[in-house]
Design a binder for this molecule. Structure first.
Ligand SMILES: Nc1nc2c(ncn2[C@@H]2O[C@H](COP(=O)(O)OP(=O)(O)O)[C@@H](O)[C@H]2O)c(=O)[nH]1
Ligand SMILES: [Mg+2]
Length: 348
């Protein structure tokens, strides 16, 4: 195998010269631009040929020159014959390059591209559960701030009503710098009144004990000077219909009042619904979820208010008074429902 170099004014001229001198057997292996004389420019074409193909190639000085190339022309078939090996060379170079970058940096790049593709797919197609929760949030307000002056907590025994009343009163006094009074209707349970008195003393809010629910409106009237009045009630079974009717009677006619149905998030949703049906008689207009710290499932934070069409006001996340209280917002409920929130970080 020999490599011969031909210089000419253009590739076409050089190729014509090569064909003329070497016949069909030469294979072009490279071309490059060269200077020819002081101002002249030309090309140099290198060809490979078997030594046997040409017995005595002419000396370099006699090879292609602008003058010599004049008048020669190549047909399309000639150009194609010469270009074919160049094209295949280009193809193999490209695949060589691809192979090189695959082995050296390709893995890393591919991992990044895959990760980005995953993120983009995640944005375009969120998980089914998220889609469902989002559509619930769009259709109904699932959270609403508590804005009333008289806040009444109702709900079954043991869900955390008294503890939450203490948290709310402490937040009003120390967080919002408001004046607050606490009223308790819980003279039914042994120790109920004592528990509330202890909290009231700690917070520095006056406690008023109302033994007969029918006296509640008069008591509330007397507390007109307070920014907030928190009313604790005795827990009742949803089946205790007379007690709930009495409560309804007691709450009628109290103005600027909100009734928060207090439910532990641990409760199965059919039990939540039964409680709501019973307490809705007294005019429930907020849901308050307790014991999130003991709960494993959180999507009821969205599903229950959407199903019952009553927004959530507060969440409680532990036994500590007053820390473990969170003001509900739609965004916060969504975050918790999807398990993505550090609860303490949003303490009210
Ligand atoms: N883990 C946990 N316990 C709570 C929470 N709120 C209240 N509790 C506890 O639940 C129990 C019953 O609370 P209580 O306020 O007396 O309930 P009530 O009968 O509805 O008034 C008490 O031991 C509270 O400390 C909470 O958010 N998380
Ligand atoms: Mg209680």
């Amino acid at each position: 195998m020999k490599i011969l170099k031909y210089q000419a004014g253009s590739v076409r001229e050089a190729l014509a010269q090569i064909k003329d001198e070497l016949g069909e057997g030469a294979m072009v292996v490279s071309t490059r631009d060269v200077r020819r004389g002081l101002l002249g420019k030309g090309v140099e074409v290198s060809v490979a040929l078997d030594s046997d193909d040409v017995a005595t190639p002419p000396p370099m000085s006699h090879r292609a020159s602008p003058a010599m190339g004049a008048g020669y022309s190549l047909g399309d078939a000639d150009v194609e014959r010469i270009m074919a090996p160049l094209r295949s060379e280009l193809r193999s170079l490209r695949s060589l390059l691809r192979a090189t970058s695959d082995s050296r940096q390709g893995d890393e790049i591919r991992r990044e591209v895959n990760a980005m593709r995953h993120v983009l797919e995640g944005i375009r197609t969120p998980p089914e559960q998220t889609v469902n929760l989002l559509s619930l949030v769009r259709d109904a307000p699932v959270a609403a701030a508590s804005e009333g002056r008289v806040i009444v907590l109702v709900g079954p025994t043991g869900v955390g009503k008294s503890t939450t009343i203490a948290k709310l009163a402490a937040k009003a006094v120390y967080g919002d710098h408001q004046s607050a009074a606490i009223v308790t209707l819980d003279t039914y349970r042994v120790g109920g009144e004592e528990q509330m008195r202890t909290y009231a003393n700690l917070i520095g809010a006056p406690l008023f004990v109302v033994a007969d629910p029918r006296d509640l409106p008069a008591q509330i009237d007397e507390l007109g000077e307070y920014d907030k009045v928190y009313v604790d009630t005795a827990g009742r079974s949803p089946r205790d219909i007379p007690a709930i009717r009495t409560l309804r009677g007691a709450l009628q006619g109290i103005s600027d009042m909100e009734v928060h149905l207090t439910l532990s998030l641990n409760t199965p949703n059919n039990v939540m619904d039964a409680n709501y049906r019973r307490y809705s008689e007294v005019g429930v207009n907020r849901l308050l979820f307790t014991k999130l710290d003991e709960s494993l499932e959180f999507d009821e934070l969205i599903r229950t208010p959407a199903r019952l069409e009553v927004p959530v006001s507060f969440l409680t996340t532990g036994q500590a008074v007053p820390e473990d209280l969170v003001c509900a917002t739609t965004e916060g409920l969504m975050n918790i429902a999807q398990g993505g929130v550090e609860l303490r970080a949003e303490a009210a």
